[in-house]
Design a protein around this ligand. Sequence first.
Ligand code: AMP
Ligand code: MG
Length: 329
Amino acid sequence: MLCLGIESTAHTFGCSMVNSKGSVLSDVRDIYKAPEGEGIHPREASRHHMEISSIVLQQSLQSAGVSMKDVDIIGYSAGPGLGPCLRVGAVVARTVAGFYKKPLVPVNHALGHLELGTVLTGASDPLVLLVSGGHTMTLAFSHGRWRVFGETLDITVGQLLDQFGRALGFASPCGGRIEQLAIQSAGKYLQLPYVIKGNDVSFSGLLTAAIKLTEKFYTPDVCYSLQETAFAMLAEAVERALSFSGKREMMIVGGVAANRRLAKILEASCSRHGTKLFVCPLKFAGDNGSQIAWTALQEYQDSKTHVRVEDSFIKQSWRLDTVDVSWRR
Ligand code: AMP
Ligand code: MG
């Protein structure tokens, strides 16, 4: 069985072909670039997605060496995300599903990160740290759903890095650039607010304080201190969740999983708990159509769940812990 997965929750428009074994036959993406110093403008991002969508779809079919007739089902990212961006992916999915008469499967985007992460890493029952532009959560699977152990009380770690980077005049996404700057620091730690409440983290005060430090201190030292503080908070939340849940596996997914310093800090956390760490491969850490295709495939193969084109939907706010995951036992 072959699935076309369409992703369009935020800056990425992606189309991928994935088969029932979890093999990715093609993964084509085009990312909207905001002007320097600015964040994602939802209308501009959706305009980008509209302009690029047919090219990305064609390239995805071509690079998999298939035609639409070979595709069995179509999955699309139905939320959570930016409304104008979600609508573009949904319109493309509805059009193709309606024209070629294929089953249409709406997918929760966060679930896509987790499901593709487990098939690619081989983790079977991990505690998950989902760290991306839209999410900062610790999760574990229990009784049919991914349950939230802890999450951010305000902005996500991706937003922390992106908003800090924009204050320095960079274009979003900025996480990679901040990581490179932090490496240039000689390891001079500047004091910053460290806020963790129970299993939840809060980054907004840290953002304000870090931006203020850039007026007086060497930028690489501020980047280093920002990363050390934010990642130590995440590691504390993870260690608490590991102690409580007793999970023997831990997995990091989402765009921030590309950060090597975060992986290093979590490696140390996991070794203290005798837990095996799985990091989602760099290429699939950020948003992509493969995560949507693979999740849609599993759902459809398990229960034939799909929606009629006229009943298809988008949900800008769609919490992961409200989604039933019948195929994972
Ligand atoms: P996603 O929403 O999953 O596509 O992830 C996007 C987020 O990942 C953005 O906030 C990026 O700044 C962040 N990101 C990408 N690469 C890195 C990196 N090397 N270190 C930290 N954050 C990163
Ligand atoms: Mg994402």
